[in-house]
Design a protein around this ligand. Structure first.
Ligand code: ADP
Length: 875
């Protein structure tokens, strides 16, 4: 090809070329030829042919193309550029275009560059599109970045994972290299890993069409930081149905999860709160009520509480108060706090509640949602408060000293009794410290050992002293301290105290001690006295056991005091007296009646001596025996004298009886002889003598009877006879002896009895004779008999001198006579009543007297109607 020879051939070539083409020659880059497309790039026509390029397209000045062309011309080396930018004028305006172009040298025969062949393709549109695409991608990535969304791309075939930066961050990876799928799995929380693997497997499985949408936790590869991520993605399948790409996004939802968690926690807090929480809409319909509310008001779980109205929770008056006063205050946004009486939905029990009402608004929009309330059941609180009130009242009115101070001892409270005890007025209480009203010694104790014990054990009790604030008097007390600690910090905060005034107690004890000493002294004195007296004295316990015997015992007894205590003394009783003595003593111990017995005790020489033992019981205010006091009198000599007297009486009366009987017989004969001789004067004298002999006989008879009685030899001969008849016979006889008295008979015995007629006569005669004898100034004597079925009773009433009460028993004793001015004038031995009572007793009967001194006496006896024993008088 020879362009020099045939330049038009280039034109044909260039015009036929598919892309824009031009040919230049010489180093000045003169346009040899250019096709229409090239001319269009330049915005020129054919007139530029033959001109240097720089002249034809002057905007190329300052751009590298001319220089590049000259380089190609000089070096003969092709220059190729892609997507190169050129500024060219189009329609008179400079515009940026991009070209892929080649400057190819065409060498001449001399081997030098003859022409440069320029081809260019306009790639402006491509470049622009590419730029737009990259802009879009950048925007997307920015958007993803802004949304903190990362992208990931897994090749299921190679198991390589491509992650963007965000994703790397979310999974805790550094660097930019692709990661293997198993490494990704290592970053997933172990608990979530199986679920992720399952979801991925499902997403890349062509047979399943699940979209991949999963929330799980990642644990940073290096950092170990826990995050929640939300991943979404899908798989792309090739013609063979194999997933070749699995891509999607990952979003950090840690905050969301945490927020919803805290919301859930908040909700559960509300629903499980011990306080009642409700929300009602502005119409008053319940929207929400927590569990505590349902429980308190008895709203069952299966009831839709929104169906309940305020009427169900309030009594009409309370509802009116809520609607008229409380709701307006809530709605005015001031809220309302106070006590309301709500009611149990089922039982209608009134429940006092501390209620707090507020207006509930949407925090973002400010829109009013409804009225919310929190409420607390006050029942137990009110009850506790009432109880506290009661306790406070008890403390306030307690007679004990009750106080309450802070830990430093500053008085917070002191009850009325306490104020009175230490002479403090109510308004002074708050100013005082515990130290002000205790004695110095007590203050030392409080500061020292009491405080340390309070800290260690929480309480202290013991003796302290208060000091009266006005008189300075020291008041002994028994004090109890209790430490009160702060419920939270356990710091000691207060001390409570209760004190009892011991003054009275101590005084009483002092008095008691004094009394005890006195008693002890008296007892000592008594013991001394007891030992000093010449008789034996002793004391016994209520059960009859002897616990004290004075020293005199040792002078007489066969066994010493110690060996005699209790019941051991009984060993010294004469065997004949033992039974009777013990029975009498036991009877007294059982009944408390005075004890009196005569019995023999062995003395230290082995002889038995007679003792008269008497004891009386000291009883307490309830009548219980507290002690027996006894005395033993030695009556051995008395007994001996009595024996001698009895002997003498026996012998004397017996010896007297025979001569007196003879004298009486002689006297009767003499009297008879004088009557016959007509010597009436001397006969009368003998008659008087006879009377005296009769009295003597009677006296001797009495003495003989006494002897028999003492010897236990009184014998009875029983016969069958009429009692009343006997009585009237005797009355007739006695009537003959007195002119002054009239003996009146009131006989009602009406039956025969068995008994010793003569002995019974003796008794009746005695009583009737006494009646006459001891009523010298009276004119009437009344005799009664009564039939009591198993016994007959005889009484004789006179209106004479009578007896004092203290003599009523004594007169039945041997030789006893009442000694008094009046009685002296009545002769007698004092044996009649003794013999009578012995006869009656031995007949199994009773004898007694009723009398008022100066007014007369009534002597009575009663005897069984059937006397059985038959015996002969052996004298
Ligand atoms: P005597 O009559 O011989 O003194 P008694 O044994 O018969 O002895 O009486 C004892 C005492 O009782 C009398 O001394 C007398 O003081 C008192 N006495 C007895 N009978 C009566 C009577 N009917 N009225 C008042 N005193 C009486």
């Amino acid at each position: 090809m020879e362009p020099k020879n045939n330049p038009n051939r280039f034109d044909e070539l260039i015009n036929a070329a598919p892309s824009a083409s031009a040919i230049y020659h010489t180093r000045d880059i003169i346009i040899t030829s250019a096709n229409a497309q090239m001319l269009a790039f330049w915005g020129k026509d054919k007139s530029v042919i033959g001109k240097p390029l720089i002249e034809a397209v002057p905007e190329l000045r300052g751009q590298p193309f001319i220089t590049l062309l000259q380089n190609v011309f000089d070096t003969g080396i092709t220059h190729h550029a892609e997507k190169d930018r050129a500024e060219l004028k189009v329609d008179g305006k400079l515009q940026t275009s991009y070209f892929n172009y080649t400057y190819k040298p065409v060498l001449g025969t001399d081997g030098k560059t003859a022409y440069i062949f320029h081809t260019a393709i306009d790639v402006t549109t491509l470049i622009k599109t590419q730029q737009e695409l990259s802009d879009t991608q950048e925007r997307l990535s920015l958007a993803l970045q802004a949304a903190e969304i990362g992208t990931w791309d897994l090749n299921p075939l190679s198991h390589a994972v491509h992650w963007d930066l965000r994703c790397r961050e979310l999974f805790g990876f550094e660097g930019e290299a692709d990661i293997a799928y198993h490494e990704v799995l290592d970053c997933i929380h172990p608990d979530d890993k199986p679920k992720v693997m399952e979801a991925v497997a499902a997403a890349i499985n062509p047979l399943q069409t699940d979209t991949y949408d999963i929330r799980y936790r990642t644990v940073g590869n290096n950092s170990g930081k826990l995050r929640w991520v939300h991943c979404k993605g899908r798989s792309y399948f090739n013609d063979d149905g194999l997933a070749y790409r699995f891509a999607g996004t990952a979003r950090d939802i840690t905050n969301e999860v945490n927020t919803s968690l805290s919301q859930q926690q908040l909700l559960s807090l509300v629903s499980n709160n011990a306080d009642i929480m409700t929300i009602a809409d502005m119409k008053g319909n319940l929207i929400y009520m927590n569990r505590a509310g349902r429980e308190l008001f008895g709203v069952p779980d299966d009831i839709d509480f929104t169906q309940l109205s305020a009427r169900d929770f309030y009594e009409p008056e309370e509802l009116q108060r809520v609607q008229e006063t409380i709701i307006p205050q809530i709605d005015s946004e001031k809220g309302w706090k106070g006590i309301l009486y709500l009611k149990h939905v089922q039982t209608h029990e009134a429940i006092p509640c501390q209620v707090n009402y507020i207006l509930v608004k949407n925090p973002i929009t400010g829109e009013i949602i409804g009225r919310g309330s929190t409420a607390r059941d006050l029942r137990s609180e009110l009850k506790a408060r009432a109880e506290l009130q009661r306790l406070a009242t008890i403390v306030e009115f307690s007679e004990d000293f009750c106080n309450y101070t802070d830990w430093q001892g500053n008085t917070i409270y002191l009850n009325a009794a306490g104020q009175k005890l230490i002479g403090l007025s109510a308004n002074e209480v708050a100013k005082t410290n515990i130290e002000a009203y205790h004695s110095l010694a007590s203050n030392r104790l409080i500061k020292g050992s009491i405080r340390s014990q309070l800290l260690a054990t929480g309480k202290w009790s013991g003796r302290l002293e208060l000091m009266h604030q006005q008189t300075g008097e020291i008041i002994p007390i028994h004090k109890q301290f209790f430490l009160i600690r702060d419920g939270l910090t356990a710091e000691p905060i207060a001390i409570t105290g209760i004190a009892r005034n011991l003054t009275a107690e101590i005084n009483a004890k002092k008095a008691m001690d004094k009394k005890n000493t006195e008693i002890a002294n008296t007892l000592k004195e008594l013991e001394f006295l007891a030992n000093a007296v010449p008789t034996v004295v002793w004391t016994a316990n209520p059960d009859g056991m002897i616990d004290f015997i004075n020293q005199r015992w040792n002078d007489h007894s066969a066994i010493p005091i110690k060996a005699s205590l209790g019941d051991k003394w009984t060993a010294t009783i004469h065997p004949e007296d033992l039974d009777h003595t013990l029975k009498t003593w036991q009877k007294s111990v059982a009944t408390g009646e005075p004890f009196q017995a005569e019995f023999r005790l062995k003395d230290k020489y082995g002889n038995y001596r007679w003792w008269l033992v008497r004891a009386v019981a000291l009883t307490d205010s309830q009548g219980h025996i507290s002690k027996w006091y006894g005395s033993n009198t030695d009556i051995s000599e008395q007994k001996e004298l009595q024996r001698q007297k009895d002997n003498f009486l026996g012998v004397a009366s017996h010896e007297l009886k025979t001569p007196v009987t003879s004298i009486k017989a002689y006297a009767q004969v003499v009297e008879m002889m004088l009557h016959r001789a007509g010597d009436e004067k001397n006969a009368a004298l003998i008659a008087k003598m006879n009377n005296q002999i009769n009295r003597l006989t009677a006296l001797i008879g009495d003495l003989l009877d006494v002897t028999k009685i003492t010897a236990g030899k009184l014998v009875f001969i029983h016969t069958h006879f009429n009692f009343d008849q006997l009585v009237s016979e005797i009355a007739e006889d006695i009537q003959l002896t007195t002119e002054k008295h009239h003996i009146e008979l009131k006989l009602n015995s009406l039956r025969d009895i068995n008994g010793d007629r003569e002995r019974i006569r003796q008794v009746i005669v005695n009583l009737l004779t006494n009646a006459v004898k001891y009523s010298p100034d009276a004119s009437q004597i009344i005799v009664f008999t009564e039939d009591h079925g198993h016994e007959v009773q005889f009484c004789v009433q006179d209106f004479g001198i009578g007896l004092t009460a203290d003599k009523k028993d004594l007169i039945f004793e041997q030789f006893y006579r009442v000694i008094g001015s009046k009685e002296r004038t009545f002769p007698g031995l004092g044996l009649g009543l003794y013999i009578s009572s012995e006869i009656v007793k031995q007949l199994g009967g009773r004898i007694w007297v009723n009398s008022v001194a100066g007014e007369g006496a009534t002597f009575c006896f009663a005897i069984p109607v059937n006397q059985v024993a038959q015996a002969t008088e052996n004298n």
